[in-house]
Each structure stands twice: as structure tokens, then as C-alpha cells.
Ligand binder design. Structure first.
Ligand code: GRF
Length: 224
């Protein structure tokens, strides 16, 4: 693992559901493929499997209840201000959205500009939003895939860091395609984190350049 950091990059993972991308990151860190420490796993859902995975690996698991902020006009911003407090307390350098089903506001986006990533199961800018594996099939796409991007205020719109493509097969169901894409998510998300840890990501407008280290392509085409 090439690295010029003395200490592991401190990351937080925000997740609302099953947390398989969190697990992939935990595994990559344990395998010393990624030089990071998961300082906190935060969820807006009390029962998120992601929190259970965090506990299993003795990571800080935090449920921040959106209901505590409901009913006020700035409830979403107030929620994000609370998250920001937690992120600062844990000295988080990079925030990772991984199946986080809540739109982040400018409060977080600005505080973590170019330091917050998301993983999305389509080849952006095609198919932002939800049910995207189904949409790829309905549109007759021959390739689908996933994208790691920096987070900006527009949903699924930020500068693209890494993508991986998979074929869409004739008899694919959305679930089959989603599983094929998920395999690739588990590879490119940890890789993007490691590139960040190595200080190799450079954002220029909409484009993210990967500074030379060991030779590496920006797009991965999988044959499986
Ligand atoms: C993934 O497909 C990711 O691309 C999307 O939400 C899903 C999260 O899955 N943003 P998991 O919770 O990491 O298993």
C-alpha cells in the first residue's frame, strides 16, 4: 500500500440500510488496502444493519434521530448541524455516504466540500435518483455500472471520481443487475478512499484528476 500519510485518514460513514459498502470498506481497511480509520458510523435509522456491522467491528455507531428536529422550518439543516458537530468531535476528514437515504444540505456540503463522497449504482450522469438498475434495463442499456463522486448540493451531480461498468444481460432482473453492480461498488468505493488518503485526487471544475502514483485507469470494465 503506497501512502504518504503518517496516520490513517479519519472517515465517517453515513448509512441508512444494510451497509454492504461499509462492510467492504471495513474489510479493505482490515486487509490494509486502505489506510483509513472509521471514526464513526452514523445513521438516521435506528435499526440500520450498517450500525450493527459497526458494533460488530467495535466502531463508534451513532443513531441521530431525525424526529428530534422535526416540525421546525429548518429541520434538515438543524439535523445536518448536529451531524457536523459529531463529525468535528471525531475529527473526521472524509465523509462517505453509503446508502444514506437523506438529502444532505448545504450545511454539510459546504463544510465538507470535496471531502464528502457518495456511491451511486448507475453510470452518472445517466440515471440519478432511485430505482436506477431497473431504469437501465427499461432503457435497453448495454452497459450499467456505478459511480463514486464528490457530493455537491445537486443530488448525484458532483464531480465523478471513479466508475465501473458491467454488462446488462438479456434476462437480467433489476435484482440481478443490482447484484452485479454492487460487486463493483465494493471495489471502487474503497479504492476511491485510498486515492483520497494518498492525496491523489485533484478537483478541477467538474473533473477529478488522479495524480500519478502506481498506474491506474479511471474506469474499470468488468467482464463478469
Ligand atoms: C448501493 O447500491 C449504493 O450504490 C446506493 O445505495 C446502496 C447501498 O447499499 N447509494 P449498502 O447499504 O451499502 O449495502
Amino acid at each position: 500500500m503506497s501512502n504518504n500519510r503518517a496516520t490513517p485518514l479519519r472517515v465517517a460513514v453515513l448509512a441508512s440500510g444494510r451497509g454492504s459498502n461499509l462492510q467492504a470498506l471495513i474489510d479493505a481497511i482490515e486487509a490494509k488496502q486502505v489506510n483509513a480509520h472509521i471514526a464513526a458510523v452514523i445513521s438516521n435509522k435506528k435499526d440500520a444493519l450498517a450500525l450493527e456491522r459497526a458494533r460488530k467491528h467495535r466502531l463508534n455507531d451513532l443513531f441521530v434521530d431525525p424526529k428530534s428536529f422535526a416540525g421546525r422550518p429548518d429541520s434538515r439543516e438543524a439535523y445536518d448541524r448536529e451531524l457536523l458537530k459529531v463529525l468535528h468531535q471525531h475529527e473526521v476528514e472524509l465523509v462517505l455516504l453509503a446508502g444514506y437515504m437523506k438529502i444532505v444540505t448545504a450545511v454539510l456540503v459546504n463544510a465538507y466540500a470535496n471531502r464528502m463522497m457518495n456511491i451511486h449504482p448507475s453510470l452518472l450522469p445517466a440515471f440519478p435518483g432511485l430505482d436506477v438498475q431497473k431504469k437501465a434495463i427499461v432503457w435497453g442499456c448495454k452497459l450499467a455500472g456505478c459511480t463514486v463522486h464528490f457530493v455537491t448540493e445537486g443530488v448525484d451531480e458532483g464531480p465523478i471520481i471513479l466508475q465501473a461498468a458491467v454488462p446488462v444481460l438479456e434476462h437480467d432482473t433489476p435484482e440481478m443487475l443490482a447484484a452485479r453492480i454492487l460487486d463493483q461498488e465494493h471495489k471502487i468505493y474503497p479504492r476511491a478512499v485510498q486515492l483520497f488518503a494518498e492525496g491523489r485526487l485533484r478537483v478541477d471544475g467538474r473533473r477529478v484528476f488522479i495524480d500519478a502514483g502506481k498506474p491506474e485507469g479511471q474506469a474499470i470494465i468488468s467482464s463478469s
